[in-house]
Design a protein around this ligand. Structure first.
Ligand code: SF4
Ligand code: SF4
Length: 176
């Protein structure tokens, strides 16, 4: 008989921490600057990246009405929470579609809404920091943009569109 140990089965999977150089989406595997530049992207994180990112978000809000509606309309009903296969597979709360959206929504609120500008803590608004950008990179690249979650949202909020916008913003600042 084969001699092996049966691994302990747990109710949820343990999620490894983000570690540079280990995970497939960590820094060394980002597209190299020369490939990014060939596509018209900066190649590396720019010095004034916050300003460029916010300008890009303004541009997207202006061009795509749906983007702003999706950011404003969520009532946190929770209907989408368990509808993403990435959440089901990882049990990582940030992979719930609503939480994935909120990574961008909390920045949108901080810079583009009255309540977020003057009472950020009341509405869960946060500054666009490098930590937030790292979370964007990790979680917007864990969305396959399949749109399954949008089918269950009573408002038709499409997380895929928010993921696309976040990736477009990251491209514009050199995080491809
Ligand atoms: S669109 Fe993204 S967040 Fe929604 S179910 Fe698909 S992978 Fe998950
Ligand atoms: S189902 Fe729609 S309204 Fe409800 S939490 Fe999810 S995104 Fe928000």
């Amino acid at each position: 008989m084969a001699d092996f140990e049966v691994p302990e089965l747990k109710e949820t999977v343990e999620i490894p921490k983000y570690v540079d150089g280990v995970m497939a989406h960590s820094a060394p595997y980002k597209a190299k600057p020369q490939f990014q530049e060939a596509l018209g992207f900066p190649g590396e994180l720019m010095e004034n990246w916050q300003q460029v990112a916010l300008e890009k978000m303004t541009d997207l809000r202006t061009r795509y009405r749906s983007f702003q509606v999706y950011l404003d309309a969520c009532v946190k009903c929770g209907a989408c929470t368990d509808k993403c296969h990435y959440y089901i597979g990882t049990a990582d709360p940030k992979n719930m579609p609503v939480a994935r959206q909120d990574l961008l929504r909390k920045v949108y609120r901080r810079y583009f809404t009255f309540a977020g500008k003057y009472f950020p803590k009341l509405v869960g608004a946060v500054d666009l920091t490098k930590e937030v950008l790292d979370d964007w990179y990790s979680y917007y690249h864990q969305c396959s943009q399949c749109r399954r979650c949008s089918v269950y949202c009573p408002y038709g909020i499409d997380t895929a569109e928010i993921s696309m916008a976040a990736r477009e913003i990251m491209d514009s600042v050199g995080i491809l």
